[in-house]
Design a protein around this ligand. Structure first.
Ligand code: SAH
Length: 370
């Protein structure tokens, strides 16, 4: 699976990650020591299991082997929430009595494709998403009833229909089988609603370390207009809102934007607005309309940002950009483009959000060259 650093002592893992960031960024800015985790286990609040067939055509569940669709049978993993793993195991045990077949990717035959469990660590709400190949769920009601009896801690169950040959886990159609259809979690003192399709950081403890660092390096004074680009369900923007005058959030995923708007309302944050758009196109429109922004906070996916986005930032001339990156390679590429466009990288702060995997998160501060 993704645990490349299995077998390496944790202290060494963080050293390796810090070195990697240093190697990639040292010519561009100073790199500060990495913030690691005190207890780097069972931190993942989202557990995903594939349900399918072994090479020998036997039903199984587990994780994909890295870079392939071969399923490695895993019952429990030391970075994943224990309760969530237990629930997945219970679902597996219930398949036989309910005569539910796991999905065969080759033939397209079978019903259950994936199970996703998300847990709000600070609210203890648990969401189970059953990804199925067809909408008809034989004995679905009984199945759900028994599952909730076995795990009363489950607060909602959603069925997601995915009949396509695709690498995406979730399908387009969803049906709430039990509860509200979303869970909530608390982060930075705010409560967030999280829907099945919305992105939510998988390590909430380190997310607070990351966001605090991002807010610290932004050095807000209170009067700023801030753009939260690639904002997801609005977590960074909301955390920032109490330090500034106004926040504008932009995000492409419709479910996430809906969550973001509802989150602002529920937390009574009135100085924030969200837009559902491609971040690059949105920035271009803001630049076109001469909208003034003082600080851009950006948190793009692993592929990084785009020249269109950075070009527009440079036209809008915010004093500072805080770039939060989950991929130091695309960060390095984007920093070079920012440099061409009148910005200077001043410092990078790596944070270990994904212990035992090869991934590393980095906060980087850029300022406009006068
Ligand atoms: N800042 C949020 C989410 C970061 S993950 C948090 O900390 O939780 C990156 C987000 O970028 C995802 O929510 C994804 O849906 C969104 N995204 C991906 N491509 C995008 C694009 N072109 N324009 C706007 N948002 C995009």
């Amino acid at each position: 699976g993704g645990c490349r650093y299995q077998g390496i002592p944790y202290e060494e893992q963080v050293e390796i990650k810090e070195k990697e960031v240093r190697k990639l960024l040292k010519k561009r800015c100073s790199v500060h020591p990495i913030s690691g985790m005190y207890f780097p286990y069972y931190y993942r609040n989202k557990v995903h299991a594939v349900f399918g067939m072994t090479d020998k055509r036997k039903p199984c569940y587990g994780i994909y082997e890295e870079g392939s669709h071969k399923i490695i049978q895993v019952e429990q993993c030391q970075i994943e929430d224990k309760k969530s793993s237990e629930i997945i195991k219970t679902i597996w045990d219930m398949l036989r009595p309910y005569k539910i077949k796991t999905y065969d990717e080759d033939s397209g035959y079978g019903f259950l494709r994936h199970v996703l469990v998300r847990r709000g660590f600070s609210t203890n709400q648990i969401m189970v998403v059953l990804v199925t190949a067809s909408p008809v769920f034989p004995s679905g009601k009984l199945f759900v009833k028994e599952l909730v009896e076995k795990h009363p801690e489950i607060t909602t169950i959603v069925q997601s229909m995915n009949d396509k040959k695709t690498t995406f886990v979730l399908g387009d159609k969803e049906k709430v089988l039990y509860g509200k259809g979303f869970i909530e979690d608390k982060l930075m003192g705010y409560t967030f609603r999280i829907s099945p399709k919305s992105f939510y950081q998988v390590n909430p403890k380190q997310t607070e370390v990351l966001y605090k660092k991002a807010i610290e390096v932004a050095g807000f004074t209170g009067g700023e207009t801030v753009l939260d680009a690639y904002c997801g369900i609005g977590t960074i923007g909301m955390a920032v809102s109490r330090h500034v005058k106004q926040v504008i959030g932009v995000e492409l995923n419709e479910a996430a934007v809906k969550d973001a708007i509802s989150n602002a309302r529920r937390n009574k944050v009135e100085n924030i607005q969200f837009y559902c758009k491609d971040a690059g196109i949105f920035m271009e429109e803001l630049a076109e309309q001469n909208v003034h922004v003082d600080v851009v906070m950006m948190d793009p996916p692993r592929s990084g940002s785009t020249e269109q986005f950075i070009d527009s930032v440079s036209r809008m001339k915010p004093e500072k950009v805080v770039y939060i990156s989950c991929n130091p390679e695309t960060l390095a590429r984007d920093l070079d483009y920012f440099t061409k466009k009148g910005y200077r990288a001043e410092g990078a702060w790596p944070v270990d959000m994904f212990c035992f995997t090869g991934h590393v998160e980095t906060v980087c501060r850029l300022t406009r060259i006068k």
